[in-house]
Design a protein around this ligand. Structure first.
Ligand code: FE
Ligand code: FE
Ligand code: MG
Length: 166
């Protein structure tokens, strides 16, 4: 832990670490939801959907990497056990039990919308208190916004295609 780096944070650092661990748990669950979704998804436009889900999985993992690194910088310990993820997660996990493309897309859109709310809230909290976390959160939020739009665009294409075939 960098002492000065922690000192300059103008909020309760343990509380901040708690919020970051919640987000870290969300990221791991999002990673797996995308990763397993890409394996089981079935239906029209499957290939395009698999490519996007697979890319998003790697991007969620990179968010987890950023957040864990920041938690350590702040003198905290990133969640050590997967058993903790569901317990402290804010956005939870939707198992893709229905493998149909549209259902998998809907579940992941819901997850992205929760992530956007979470990071937008964290931005408000850190804006003045912790510019270093703020900067990281802004970068993650920008990518979650991109994710929501990517999935919505795929869903729109799918709907258009099904409509044309009637
Ligand atoms: Fe993410
Ligand atoms: Fe995302
Ligand atoms: Mg994308």
């Amino acid at each position: 832990m960098g002492q000065k780096g922690r000192e300059i944070v103008k909020m309760n650092v343990d509380e901040l670490i708690g919020m970051l661990n919640k987000a870290l748990s969300d990221e791991w669950l999002a990673y797996y939801q995308y990763w397993i979704g890409a394996k089981v998804v079935k239906g029209p436009m499957k290939d395009a959907v698999i490519a996007e889900l697979t890319l998003h999985a790697t991007e969620e993992l990179s968010h987890a990497e950023l957040i864990a690194t920041r938690i350590i910088q702040l003198g905290g310990t990133p969640v050590l056990s997967p058993a903790e993820w569901l317990k402290i997660s804010g956005c939870g996990y939707d198992a893709p039990a229905d493998h149909y493309v549209e259902e998998v897309l809907n579940q992941n859109i819901k997850g992205e919308q929760c992530a956007i709310r979470t990071y937008n809230n964290l931005l408000d909290i850190t804006r003045v208190a912790d510019p270093v976390s703020y900067n990281m959160i802004l970068a993650i939020l920008s990518q979650e916004v991109e994710h929501e739009e990517d999935l919505s665009a795929l869903k729109e294409d799918l709907e258009l295609m099904l409509l044309r075939r009637k």
